[in-house]
Design a protein around this ligand. Sequence first.
Ligand code: ARG
Ligand code: ASP
Length: 713
Amino acid sequence: MKLLRLLILFIVFQVSAQQGGMWIPSMLEGKNEKEMQSLGMKMTASDIYNINNSSLKDAVVHFNGGCTSELISSRALLLTNHHCGYGAIQSHSSVAHDYLKDGFWAMTDAEELPNPGMVATLIVRIDDITNRAFEGTSDNMTEKQRLDKIAQNLDKAQKEVVKESWQEVFVKSIYHGNQYLLYVTEVFKDIRLVGAPPSSIGKFGSDTDNWMWPRHTGDFSLFRIYASKDNKPATYSKDNVPYIPKHFLPVSLDGVAENDFTLVFGFPGRTNEYLPSIAVDQLANKLNPARIEVRDVALKIVDSYMRKDQQIKIQYASKYASIANYWKKWIGESQGINKSDAVKIKKKLETDFDKLVAAKGLQNKYGTLLSDFDSMYKEIEAVSLANDYWSEVVNRNVELLSATVMMYQLEQVYEKKGTQAFEEAREKLNKRLEGFYKNYNATVDKAVFEKLIEIYANNIPRTYLSKSLSNVDFKKLTDEIYKKSKLTSYEGVSELLSGSPSDFVKKINKDKGYQLGKELTADFYNNINPKFVKMSEEIATVQKVYMKALLELFPEERIFPDANSTLRVTYGKVSGYQPKDAVYYKPVSYLDGIIEKYVPNDYEFDVPLKLRELYETKDFGQYAENGKIPVAFIGTNHTTGGNSGSPAIDAHGNLIGLNFDRVWEGTMSDLYYDPAISRNIMVDIRYVLFIVDKYAGATRLIDEMKLVHPKKK
Ligand code: ARG
Ligand code: ASP
């Protein structure tokens, strides 16, 4: 008994040294509320989430599925990151009107630009439907029977949910299938671009500074939600009017100081905090390095063309940014895992876990979990690698090959589902390819192909190597494909796609590029993917039980559910950090730092003349603090991809910043949050206001906000 208590004490200590966590907004009462208040929050849990009255959650908007945004005026002015609005800004840009380069500001409502297909989602309500989900399931069922039963229950719950006709509903599991939540939402479909700074502000520092502190990026853009005249979601119409939100965030002019409470409210995408040590090791030391190598090579090639040609720069800007983004993240993540000894620390926890299971006599239930993980992760390694190589090379970085994947899928539709399904799929694909080729350059792609196909052939585990790639002359193969394939232009593809379905099949199968792509893709779908999916499902089943065991064995712990693209609250303090011996990073950066980094006409560090003038003349308006313009700050909020654009909120519920990144040393926080070095990066809201007002002169936007002084009461 004494041993048991000691063990529990020890493990509890280990786990709670991990702060951080991303919490469900409807479940903050109790532990989280107390913790937030002890950190300085002056609100209650129901100020954050409330279904009877308006609350903070009514101002937090899922932005087009991947980012977060917030409402900052009674006319639904919507603030998000520049990198979240990037695709939209790019789509309105051409060499003649380059809004990426020069920025864009709508000086009237009428100038705001619609973005067909873009959505903005508000959360109306979150219901815990765990009991309903598990109704009629039992321990004697097989996993398949249990999952089928749960699926039926969830289906029923969604059909029977009480909601308004224009609202939507979905269900997500948390804690790896141990709990189920139902979300009622409103999905707005008329979202217009209102403003964006030039990239030399919104993307200042670009990839060199990405994932880094100190940072000086004005990473913001502005949109507006439009609704029908009765304030409901509606697709674009010129008669739509600005949406009237239930709540919008007042904007604080008082700024932040070290140790101030902060809350970040948004839609984090995915974390894996409860992976076993073997999985973390595999990811950091096998899978990440493979993906990094592929992207490393692709990026260098694309970059060399973008720097030479403005047209190519616009075409590849968005693709390049997203490929570079995770390339750099994975590098930081792997370094962070190794530097923080995460694998060793997790191993120790696992030893303790097994001891506790034994001490409590739970071996039958939980005794083999960790050894199961061990053998399963060993078994999945080769196929995971193959999966990554295919995804990175064929499906992503070589664009011609990614076009063959789409063609392959179309051919499959015809073979498996017949003519009518084919016609529908062809029409869709045609549209998609039009956009795809608008941003395609065959010279760039050829150069990428030549290098990546060699990496693919040399590195994919031997059992998964496609026949045509053993013993080939890569240069010859490349020249042949890019000379003969019709997949190098939209005209060529259109021709392949035309005619009867059987014409299409005949023509496409004669295409040199398609022949190779088809072989690689068929090998993927026949050999790699089925094994990968099967093993992943088996692992997920063990992970679900492991998660259940953790919750059961440590009921007093702060065990937060992994991110899953649903609305979460994370909180902490404004705080600097020590990245290495004898170096301390302060938590706030200033406009002075932009001028320090300024390199005239540089690709990444140019500064617009107007901004330099404002700096010289100290024309800072009401936005300065002790004569300086703050630009960004960092804090201990536990965020991840998807949190970009999330509001940083002060102790009283006012907007103080805009989340957009994390620091390099702490990017392993998706797998292992280390409170000593994991920091999120936010734009100081006063920098946003300063740019909108003084740089862009878009004062009509400042006028519609509610500016407050919470510290000067
Ligand atoms: N690292 C940030 C996030 O993961 C910002 C990325 C955008 N910037 C870029 N250079 N790609 O999204
Ligand atoms: N930059 C990320 C995003 O776009 C945020 C992060 O990963 O910290 O969501």
